[in-house]
Design a protein around this ligand. Structure first.
Ligand code: SF4
Length: 748
């Protein structure tokens, strides 16, 4: 990480020598060069651990180096030799820690023992595990209703911990199980479940080797799923058309030098990734998808046999896209008719196409409509249930998909609850619980007063930061299961506890020996993960053990053998096999090298929707309720030295940013139009019906982004996102489309 604060233009390909240099810096900065290097050799290996970074799947057979630069940062930060000890907490008040930035908090190292907040000293003090569990149990059992408690889950939680956690919460009596999915791919789940009968993507890694075209919407794989670049590189080299739609020019989508290619590394070579790169305006993707579908229908390039056999609603859909007006499509998409027809032509020429998307699609008011239009595009040409084709929502957190599969969902299906109740002999609650936005409102309205988080950084990851912080501070008790110090520990209830857990890279020793957990990646591969390093401290517990001991303390009359189950995680998996469909014979199947693929009905062109068919849905552009008079729209993004709200460093190499976080990317046209200059300091104000929200002191960075569009990093700009500003139906915060204005910083 550079000390200098500077902005330049990055002209090198993504990856390459700079990726190796940055990886070395990450290991050096965490003082784990040798330990880290040894640990990385086990990353994403059949007998190793699953990278605690993103959910991109592992190649099979595995290469020796099955990790990327950002995987190195994730592993180095977990395996770090730095420790946050009781002495650290004794030295620093919560008020002082609250004034430090997220990078500072992350850089302090691993938590070492359970801590309890002492209001008198405004500090965290050590507490024993039994006392901690008794405190939580006491608070939970003192509530008038279990629905006054909220149990949040971050996507790093393993399947075994997630299954036990949802079981505990439901035996306790509530479905208040919000999770980070609510803030990322909930829109994908809502859209695809209604349209195709499954909320997951249907493609596998092998499909990337067979696709003739890969369309990528609202995703920056170079930073958020870096190993995806290797698949795209190989696809590009074999002539597959890669078409990118992203308001920002992202280096990883333009050119990539594979650090694992001696030819590219020694020969200074690289591979062009996107054959076509379009920059729609923020929120323009529904118009883009509608235009592509219009061209396909008008050129009659549809798969009539597939449509007739497997779908419903085609005629009405076709009529609606034929009626779409080109002027409106150009205006709403920010692209020209020629560009849209060119892209549609590439789509039509391809006999097998994969559509990928990320948060740039899901975090918008009309994201469900956009995703259903993208899926309709696939249905028009039968691009599902055949090799090299299908929908591919690329998940963020390493097990976010697995957690949902294990029952972490505030709206569980009756069938799931029936199976769970039958297996564990209790009556699960049937009333749906709070999602993330609902949980915030409930804490703010004092309808909920106990907040328990299994991982994550709720106070930083959520929108409308000031409102969320107020809500969490109104709680009687806040509890965080974490590996590292973060903002949420400092935004606490009257009572607060930090429970430190084992990391993915660490040995999880239970009564029956070292234990492995399982995760499910973005392409429904379920596989084992076993740590190899000694725990960062002797006082850490595994996530499953934390849940089991909490359940035993809170539910003394429960018939579930909590402590026995965590003596050997095979026992948990045997119960999962009884409750979760697709996990039959779980323990044997998951021990196969690389694990097993969870069946996706769409791969057989089976669509378990209400009608038993895949659906075409009409989504006219006109009914865009999110339009506002705001002069600009801002999207929150990650830097290259960041994973979700975890800030590893202050550089964003591919965008030319060094040593800075409070930056705002803006077009040359808007600088001139607004009378502002590159490098000038501004305040950003979001405009919403309930008022204005402002963040101050952002440096303008002239960048290749469409006029009217801005981009800045989260969590710093999450404060601008009104709680009510979310996706229709899915309630995913609309963090990629915030109506704002700029003003010169008073501080400047
Ligand atoms: S692509 Fe994702 S899962 Fe793979 S090594 Fe990189 S960060 Fe980890």
């Amino acid at each position: 990480m550079s000390d200098k604060k500077s902005i330049d233009v990055y002209l090198k390909p993504a990856g390459g020598w700079d990726a190796l240099k940055s990886s070395w810096h990450a290991l050096r900065d965490q003082q784990v060069v040798l330990k880290g290097a040894g640990t990385l050799l086990r990353a994403n290996q059949p007998s190793g651990f699953d990278c605690p970074g993103c959910a991109w799947p592992d190649r099979n057979p595995h290469s020796t180096f099955e990790f990327c630069e950002n995987g190195v940062k994730a592993v180095a930060n977990e395996a770090t030799s730095k420790r946050v000890t009781r002495e650290f907490f004794a030295e620093h008040s919560v008020q002082w820690l609250s004034q430090q930035d997220d990078h500072f908090l992350e850089a302090q190292g691993r938590l070492t023992e359970p801590m309890a907040y002492d209001a008198a000293g405004d500090r965290y003090r050590p507490i024993g595990w039994d006392e901690a569990f008794a405190t939580i149990a006491g608070s939970l059992n003192a509530l008038a209703s279990p629905d006054e408690a909220i149990f949040y889950t971050s996507g790093r939680t393993s399947n075994e911990a997630a299954f036990l956690y949802q079981l505990f919460v439901r035996e306790y009596g509530t479905n208040n199980l919000p999770d980070c999915s609510n803030m990322c791919h909930e829109a994908s789940g809502v859209a695809l479940t209604e349209q195709l009968g499954s909320g997951k993507g249907s493609v596998t890694l092998e499909d990337f080797e067979l696709a003739e075209a890969i369309f990528i919407f609202g995703q920056n794989p170079g930073t958020n799923h870096p190993r995806m670049l290797a698949e795209l590189r190989d696809a590009s080299r074999r002539g597959c058309r890669i078409v990118a739609f992203n308001p920002l020019r992202e280096r990883g989508l333009e050119r990539f030098a594979n650090p694992q290619s001696p030819a590219e590394m020694l020969g200074g070579g690289s591979t062009k990734i996107a054959s076509e790169y379009y920059q729609p305006r923020i929120g323009g993707d529904l118009a883009v998808a509608t235009a592509l579908a219009k061209v396909v229908v008008e050129r009659d390039a549809v798969d009539r046999e597939f449509i007739a056999t497997h779908t419903l609603g085609f005629e009405e859909f076709a009529a609606s896209v034929r009626a779409a007006d080109w002027d409106e499509l150009e205006r709403e998409s920010g692209l020209s008719r020629a560009q849209l027809e060119e892209a549609a032509g590439i789509y039509i020429d391809s006999r097998a196409t994969i559509l990928c998307w990320g948060m740039g699609i899901t975090q918008h008011p009309r994201s469900v409509a956009t995703i259903q239009m993208l899926a309709a595009l696939l249905l028009l040409r039968g691009n599902i249930g055949k090799p090299g084709a299908g929908p591919c929502p690329v998940r963020g957190h390493s097990n976010v998909q697995g957690d949902r599969t294990m029952g972490i969902y505030e709206q569980p299906s009756p069938a799931f609850l029936d199976r769970l109740g039958a297996e564990f002999d209790f009556q699960p609650p049937r009333e749906h619980g709070y999602d993330t936005i609902g949980a915030i409102e409930a804490m703010h309205d004092r309808r909920a007063s106990v907040f328990f988080a299994m991982g994550g950084n709720f106070a930083a990851a959520t929108p409308d930061s000031a409102h969320v912080h107020e809500a969490m501070r109104r709680c009687e008790l806040t509890v965080h299961v974490s590996t590292k110090l973060n903002r949420s520990h400092l935004v606490h209830g009257r009572q607060a506890l930090i429970l430190p857990c084992l990391g993915r890279t660490e040995i999880d020793l239970q009564a029956n020996g070292p234990q492995a957990v399982t995760v499910e990646d973005s392409m429904s591969m379920v596989h084992l993960s076993s740590g190899m390093n000694p725990p960062a401290s002797d006082y850490l517990l595994s996530e499953p053990a934390i849940v089991a001991r909490l359940a035993a303390a809170t539910l003394p009359r429960s018939r579930t053998p909590w402590l026995w189950l965590v003596e050997d995680y095979d026992r948990i998996r045997e119960r999962i096999a009884q409750v979760i469909s697709g996990f039959e014979d779980f323990n044997r199947r998951v021990r196969a090298p690389g694990g097993f693929h969870l069946h996706h009905p769409g791969r057989e062109r089976v669509f378990p929707t209400a009608s038993g068919k895949a659906g075409f849905f009409v989504h006219p552009l006109s009914s865009d309720s999110s339009k506002s008079e705001a002069p600009l729209r801002l999207m929150t993004v990650r830097s290259h030295d960041q994973y979700n709200t975890t800030v590893y460093g202050l550089d964003d190499r591919y965008r030319g940013v060094h040593g800075l976080r409070r930056v705002c990317f803006i077009s040359t046209h808007d600088l001139q139009r607004l009378g502002l200059r590159d490098g000038e300091m501004v305040d950003i104000t979001s405009l919403w019906r309930d008022g204005e929200r402002t963040v101050t002191g952002f440096r303008l960075v002239e960048y290749d982004i469409p006029s009217g569009c801005l981009a800045s990093y989260f969590p710093e700009t999450n404060a601008l996102v009104p709680l009510e500003h979310h996706a229709e139906r899915a309630r995913t915060p609309a963090s990629k489309s915030i109506p704002v204005r700029l003003s010169r910083s008073a501080a400047a």
